[in-house]
Write a protein that binds this ligand. Structure first.
Ligand code: PLP
Length: 404
């Protein structure tokens, strides 16, 4: 069967009839995906350096995860949280054993993990509702998570926001000191801002923030929804700096494609939280938990954390070489396989250009090309992707030169 541009248009037309128009979508109809490869309805193959916004960190349809899901689907798909099931403690144990002593609450998405973080932070500090967040941060689209987000644009039209979030610039310790009041209960930050443009929180700043939180009895909350679960070459982004949070939010890569979210809270916080404080009907359902355990097993069996380090060295070395000869690149930032290429011009045209050549990546904040390649990507695929990107960047830079 051959398919054509018409099939793409047909799907787009049906979407416009029935699906609410909340997303800016690329005209790409995905019918199949495996590893770092994606096929569209027209049969065209793509190399995806941004699989699922970080969700498919093991690549699309990792066989170990898919098998675990199939197996669990044959037993029971949902067990309510007023009962016990064998899977949930296993998933929680798998996370705790790789992070810090504490307990896990499961939800179904990143935003739900953020909401839990906000609620727990306030609950354990009665009368102290203020939470410090960073400019340019992104924490999700529900009212609490949206209010915590350090960007005006996604908030516009949804006022009044949840009150008492205070923004400070990332890596500015004096601003944090100034923002703390007797009513501050927590500081929430991504170890590396994702949507905000791959902005890395420095070790020095994180250490100073940790000290301030201890001094003022505030909870330090890391949003590791994008940096977590292997992305940076360690299980969690905080392990790069050694600064341990009191609460950590997870989603995206955690489920290997299955919708999951989780919050890890320290033992000290866990003792203050009892039945009735929080809940989620689907949270930690057997399928979600099976996927989490399978993701952990796959990362360990395939030694993917070591692989991230190897691939990361390669990517950053190549990007440094490209930057040296490409005048539109002003900085290359990130850690592990979380990579931001800062341009001095708009990046969307480059994203569109390489997509036509079968390469998928993302542009955030208008001028930052963002790559979140799967940990299972082959060096050959990565090399090919970078070659296509390099050509497009050089071509674009030449064009800009010509205009001057
Ligand atoms: C994606 C993301 C979220 C929101 O996750 P959803 O699953 O879309 O609700 C929150 N924080 C960070 C850092 C993210 O990258």
């Amino acid at each position: 069967m051959t398919t054509t541009v018409k099939d793409t248009q047909r799907v787009i037309d049906e979407y416009s009839k029935y699906v609410l128009n909340t997303y800016t979508r690329t005209p790409l109809v995905v019918t199949k995906a495996k590893g770092s490869r994606v096929w569209d309805v027209e049969g065209k193959e793509y190399l995806d350096l941004f699989p699922g916004w970080g969700v498919s960190a093991l690549g699309y349809n990792h066989p170990w995860v898919m098998n675990a899901l199939r197996g669990q689907a044959g037993r029971v798909a949902h067990v309510p949280n007023n009962f016990y099931q064998p899977g949930q403690w296993r998933a929680a144990k798998a996370i705790i054993e790789r992070s810090f002593p504490g307990k896990v609450f499961f939800g179904n998405s990143g935003a739900e993990a953020v909401e839990a973080g906000i609620k727990f932070a306030r609950y354990i500090a009665p009368g102290r509702p203020e939470i410090i967040v960073t400019e340019q941060s992104f924490h999700g689209r529900t009212m609490g998570a949206l209010s915590a987000t350090g960007q005006d644009k996604p908030q516009q039209g949804f006022e009044p926001l949840v009150p008492d979030f205070k923004r400070v610039p990332l890596n500015d310790i004096e601003a944090v000191k100034k923002a703390i009041t007797p009513k501050t209960c927590a500081l929430l930050v991504e170890p590396i801002q994702g949507e905000g443009g791959v902005n890395v929180a420095t070790k020095k700043w994180l250490e100073a923030v940790r000290a301030l939180c201890d001094q003022h009895n505030m909870a330090l909350i890391f949003d590791e929804i994008q940096t977590g679960f292997g992305r940076t070459g360690t299980w969690f982004g905080y392990q790069q700096s050694g600064v341990v949070p009191d609460m950590m939010l997870l989603a995206k890569a955690l489920g290997g494609g299955f919708p999951v979210g989780a919050i890890v809270v320290s033992d000290a916080i866990a003792t203050k939280i009892g039945p009735g404080t929080h809940g989620s009907t689907y949270g930690g359902n057997p399928l979600a938990c099976a996927s989490i355990v399978a993701v952990v097993e796959a990362i360990e069996k395939e030694k993917l954390l070591d692989r991230v380090k190897l691939l990361s060295d390669y990517v950053f070395r190549r990007l440094a070489k490209i930057q040296a000869k490409c005048p539109i690149i002003t900085e290359v930032r990130g850690c592990g396989l979380m990579i931001g290429i800062q341009l001095n011009c708009s990046g969307q045209e480059i994203v569109n250009n390489v997509r036509a050549q079968g390469l998928l990546l993302n542009c955030t904040q208008g001028s930052v090309l963002r790559l979140l390649p799967a940990m299972t990507i082959t060096k050959k695929q990565l090399s090919h992707g970078l070659t296509v990107l390099e050509k497009a960047l050089m071509h674009y830079a030449d064009g800009m030169q010509g205009e001057k």
